[in-house]
Structures are given as structure tokens and as C-alpha cells.
Design a protein around this ligand. Structure first.
Ligand SMILES: Cc1cc2nc3c(=O)[nH]c(=O)nc-3n(C[C@H](O)[C@H](O)[C@H](O)COP(=O)(O)OP(=O)(O)OC[C@H]3O[C@@H](n4cnc5c(N)ncnc54)[C@H](O)[C@@H]3O)c2cc1C
Length: 384
């Protein structure tokens, strides 16, 4: 997509974003509003990346259909929506991260089942990887998928899983046997016996309604196992890694939207800046532009090669750091009682903190970035 088309796409997203700002504080107070009204505030079908067969009325930019099925299109639109309310973006129905696993692993039948369910009406999905005792480290994963006659049984607990308590369908990662190749992804219908998803109390990005999944002998049919027609090296962890690399630019654009919103708020609410404050604001304005360029480069890289997460990690480090810096400094710049006087700023401070953990902490991103650098991948990225 050309720069001109992306500029028009961004402007279109900005128009839709206005509706999300109106509901931002209400959704923060009561995340259940996501299922009762939020999806009616914006044309969610056009904004969540449904495939052409399930999206008869896509966004159109200069007459051309835009399905938001590339990372570049997604970061352009979602940053503008997050500038209004990042929690609402994450609370929209649709494929979210699980759609990427489906794209990489599902056979025709699974593909059809997943997308028919997701596009049928407002349907939430989830991506269940993180566990209470071992976090998102697959090496320690204890959720198991074990045979029981002709079927399988899924048992384990996942925590900090977005949208799970309101989801109809999701992807759960589980271990069939030891070792990295023993992890598989299964498509789980939340109505199955033994499945429970409970919302967790959270401070930031509350609209996402992080949840805990409790699964006890949930019956899984062989047809629910994603990638079963593929070799062992192209199954669970392979798809999870590609999903992280594709989704980190998206998380980065959401953090950037929060950073931009805090910048907008300070410049709108404060009159008369001292010279050192002006200098600070100028620096932020430049870094917002620079980070936007880095997020876009990371999105291009993810579209080109989802196996390479180097730029995605760089973008996440930058965008998360900037969101934390601008939101916390904005509190000081707006004086005592700022978080009380400006409830939206209070929300932005809390939301910004969540990005550090979402999709891997800064230290993990630095390790990925260092590996990419040592393998010469940053050089390739610059050339591209
Ligand atoms: C808003 C939000 C949404 C989320 N959504 C989902 C979801 O939908 N599905 C899901 O499965 N999970 C989800 N998560 C969970 C999230 O993916 C994990 O919490 C995150 O990846 C961090 O992993 P961890 O908990 O294993 O922490 P760890 O990676 O263990 O990190 C713990 C601490 O140790 C440090 N650390 C770890 N390894 C190293 C190292 N090698 N060197 C130096 N320091 C290190 C980290 O920097 C951190 O400070 C979400 C979390 C949040 C906050």
C-alpha cells in the first residue's frame, strides 16, 4: 500500500476513533460494556481483519477494499483507535492473536469453522499461552493434552489471557510430550465441559478483561488440533513465535497511541510552558514521529517475514518506553491532583504500564534484538 493510501486509511481510522473516546472511561470502569455496546460504536467487522469471504463490506480507501489483513494496515488503523482508547481496541470482537495461529496452522475445515464462528456476530476469541507458575516460557508449560480413547483431554491453567471470559472460541497451547516439539495448539470451544474462564482484577487496559482459564479434562477431538497435517517442526511453538512477531508491532502501535494521547492531553490542558518544558515537548513530538516510523518498519518486516522478530522487538521497546515516559511526566506537568482532575490521564498512566508485559517484557525484547543484531538482521532491515 502506498504512503498516500496509508495516509487516507489513517484519516479514516481517526474518524472512527472519536466514538471510542466517548466510551473510554465507562469501559475502563466496567469492562463488561464491551459485549453490550462497544462493538456497536464502531464498524468492528471492518476494523478487525476479517478475510474477504467473511467481510462483504470492507473499508474502502480511494475505492480500493482494505481488509486490514496486513500488519502495515493494522498498525496504521489501530494506532489511531488506541489514541482514543487502547483498552477498547483490545476489547473489540474478532480474531486478535488467535487469527494468526489459524492462518499458519489450520486446515480448510478448521479455517472455515473458525472464521464462520468469528464473523457470525460479535464473537470474541483468545490466545492462551501464559501459565501461573511458568509465565509465557513454553519450556515450563504444564497444560497437557493427553489421549483418552479416540479423543484427547485438555487440562491446565492459563492466566492473563485477554478476552477469554467473553470468548466463544480460542487457541490453547498445550504439551503432548516433553521438549519444544511437544507443544501443540488446539482450537477450543468455550462451551465444552470442564472449561471455565474467570475475569481477573486488573489496573491497566481493563477493557481487555484479562482472564484465567481453568481447564479440567476438556474433551478435544483430533479435528481440534491445529497443524496436525504438518510436520512436528511446523506446529505449536513455530506458529506461536510467528504470532508474537506479527503482533508485537500491533502492541507497539497501541503503546504509541497511548503516548500520543498523553502528549495531546498535556498540550491541550496546559497553557504557557517554560522553556525547558517546550524543549521536552519538542523532543517528544520528534520521538513520536520516529517511533511511528519504527513501528511501520517493524510491520513491513512482519509482513515480509514473520519468522524475524528483530524490528518488532525494537519497536516494542521504543513505543513502550515512550508511553511510560510521556504518561508519567504528563502527571508532573499538570500539577498536583493531575490524575484526579484528568481521569483520562489517570487511565493512560495505568494503560501504558500494561504494554511492558504484554507480548514479552522489555528484557526479552532486548535479547531478541541482540540476537537479531548478532545475526546481521538489522542490516537487512535497513536495506529493505
Ligand atoms: C495486557 C496484557 C495482555 C496479555 N494478554 C495475554 C494473552 O492474551 N495470552 C497470553 O497467553 N498471555 C497474555 N499476557 C501475558 C504476557 O504475555 C506475559 O505476562 C508476558 O509475556 C511476560 O511473561 P512472563 O509472565 O513469563 O514474565 P517473564 O518473561 O518471566 O518476566 C518476569 C521478569 O523477569 C525478567 N526476565 C525474564 N527473562 C529474563 C532474561 N532472560 N533476562 C533478563 N530478565 C529476564 C522480565 O524482564 C521480567 O521483569 C498478557 C499480559 C498483559 C499485561
Amino acid at each position: 500500500m502506498t504512503t498516500e493510501l496509508l495516509t487516507d486509511l489513517r484519516a479514516m481510522a481517526r474518524d472512527h476513533a472519536a466514538a471510542l473516546r466517548v466510551t473510554a472511561l465507562d469501559l475502563d470502569r466496567d469492562p463488561t460494556l464491551a459485549t453490550t455496546g462497544l462493538h456497536r460504536a464502531v464498524p468492528w467487522r471492518q476494523l478487525v481483519g476479517l478475510p474477504a469471504a467473511h467481510n462483504p463490506d470492507p473499508l474502502r480507501v480511494r475505492g480500493r477494499p482494505v481488509l486490514l489483513d496486513t500488519c502495515v494496515e493494522q498498525v496504521t488503523v489501530l494506532e489511531e483507535l488506541a489514541r482514543a482508547d487502547a483498552g477498547a481496541v483490545l476489547a473489540l470482537p474478532g480474531p486478535s492473536m488467535s487469527g494468526s495461529v489459524i492462518a499458519d496452522l489450520a486446515d480448510d475445515q478448521q479455517h472455515d469453522r473458525y472464521w464462520t464462528t468469528v464473523a457470525d456476530g460479535p464473537t470474541w476469541t483468545f490466545f492462551g499461552m501464559t501459565e501461573p507458575a511458568h509465565g509465557s516460557d513454553p519450556g515450563g508449560m504444564t497444560t497437557t493434552l493427553r489421549p483418552d480413547g479416540d479423543r484427547l483431554l485438555l487440562t491446565g491453567t492459563k492466566r492473563f489471557v485477554g478476552n477469554a471470559a467473553r470468548a466463544r472460541l480460542g487457541v490453547v497451547f498445550a504439551r503432548r510430550h516433553s521438549g519444544p516439539l511437544g507443544v501443540v495448539a488446539v482450537l477450543v470451544d468455550t462451551t465444552r465441559p470442564g472449561f471455565e474462564a474467570v475475569p481477573l482484577p486488573t489496573l491497566g487496559l481493563r477493557g481487555l478483561q484479562l482472564s484465567e482459564l481453568r481447564m479440567r479434562d476438556v474433551p478435544i477431538e483430533p479435528a481440534d488440533v491445529l497443524g496436525r497435517h504438518r510436520s512436528a517442526t511446523r506446529q505449536g511453538m513455530w506458529a506461536a513465535t510467528r504470532t508474537f512477531h506479527r503482533y508485537r508491532p500491533v502492541v507497539s502501535c497501541l503503546a504509541l497511541g497511548v503516548a500520543q494521547a498523553a502528549y495531546d492531553l498535556v498540550t491541550a490542558e496546559r497553557r504557557g510552558f517554560r522553556s525547558h518544558e517546550r524543549h521536552l515537548l519538542d523532543g517528544w513530538a520528534q520521538r513520536l514521529v520516529g517511533t511511528r516510523a519504527l513501528v511501520l518498519a517493524a510491520a513491513h518486516s512482519a509482513d515480509r517475514d514473520p519468522a524475524d522478530g528483530t524490528l518488532a522487538s525494537a519497536a516494542k521497546i521504543r513505543a513502550t518506553g515512550l508511553a511510560e515516559e510521556i504518561t508519567t511526566t504528563a502527571v508532573r506537568m499538570l500539577g498536583p491532583g493531575a490524575r484526579w482532575d484528568h481521569p483520562l490521564l489517570d487511565k493512560l498512566v495505568r494503560d501504558a504500564r500494561a504494554f511492558e508485559f504484554m507480548e514479552g517484557t522489555g528484557n526479552i525484547q532486548r535479547l531478541t534484538l541482540a540476537q537479531g543484531y548478532l545475526q546481521g538482521r538489522l542490516g537487512d532491515a535497513r536495506a529493505a
